[in-house]
Design a protein. Structure first.
Length: 170
């Protein structure tokens, strides 16, 4: 009769073992879906972080570019103040200053300098005209000089800085 309780104990253990083996399958499936969900959320978060990092890098470049332009303009203003002739009541006319520069280039006319063409033979006279105007007429702003030459003020800034650097090296 001893065998009967032993057999019942073994059967009970076997049922419990079978129940444990079949139950975890459902838990594992649930854990896999949770893991997949977490992986998807992690991938989304990583993508958002990469996008945010890209935007931050673009903004940092924009800030660096803005700072460089500010420094460049401040340097130009300081040079304009250093190079500025004493301001008298009479200011030389723009046409006279441009005429003096264009006398050095007999094959170039004012309409070509102020025009839209970008031929190599026109670049140097145009830059010299911009430089001389900015030097002799410090009362004219860069945007104003740009309007005279039908150019952007940054083009005038570049021309003035380029000619000034060449004259300092010479």
């Amino acid at each position: 009769m001893q065998a009967q309780p032993e057999l019942m104990r073994q059967q009970r253990e076997w049922r419990e073992a079978r129940a444990r083996l079949t139950r975890p399958a459902k838990v594992v499936v649930q854990e896999k879906s949770v893991i997949d969900t977490l992986k998807a959320e992690l991938a989304d978060a990583a993508a958002r972080i990469r996008e945010r990092d890209r935007k931050i890098a673009i903004l940092e470049l924009d800030v660096a570019d803005r700072d460089a332009r500010i420094l460049s303009q401040a340097e130009m203003i300081s040079h304009l103040q250093d190079d500025a002739p004493e301001i008298t009541e009479e200011k030389r006319p723009v046409s006279a200053i441009i005429g003096e520069v264009l006398d050095l280039f007999p094959d170039v006319t004012w309409s070509e300098v102020a025009g839209v063409r970008r031929e190599k033979r026109l670049i140097r006279p145009r830059q010299l005209c911009m430089y001389e105007l900015s030097r002799q007429r410090p009362d004219l702003s860069l945007p104003r000089l740009g309007r005279i030459f039908n150019r952007d003020h940054t083009t005038v800034l570049y021309s003035v800085q380029k000619i000034r650097a060449e004259k300092e090296q010479a």
